[in-house]
Design a protein around this ligand. Sequence first.
Ligand SMILES: [Zn+2]
Length: 152
Amino acid sequence: MLLSVHATVGAIIGEQVNAPLLAFILGFISHFILDIIPHGDEELIKAYRNDFKNRGMLYLIIFDLISTAGLLFLLFFFQQISFNYTVIWGIIGGIIPDFMVAIHEISHKHFCRTHKVHYWTHDKLCHTLNWTMPLKLGLLLQILIITLLILR
Ligand SMILES: [Zn+2]
């Protein structure tokens, strides 16, 4: 799922609790729960696994990083989310599992267990439903989720 979704949920969690460590842990757990929802990147991940030079995944990651930074800036700037340590730790907890995946994919040795759990949750519902969500529909769904979260 896009980092924007994980970051927004992590920030909202951070606003609801008053301890940075709790915000981090709940944000971290929220990542795996959100990833269960089919979100359209399954085909890209498969393509990337078969060909590590696949540009689709790289473009999605670049888009994701830039849009997440932009979204967070706007949310803080327009005071949709308070700017404090607890919110920041909620955001970090929400997005860190994907950075652990990236480190694992590059190193092939760090965060092996987290990587397994991550992909188990990531693929669980798609495998159960035997259905892969198209990327465009997945992106649309995630933009809708972010919009609903911001307008809450
Ligand atoms: Zn993830």
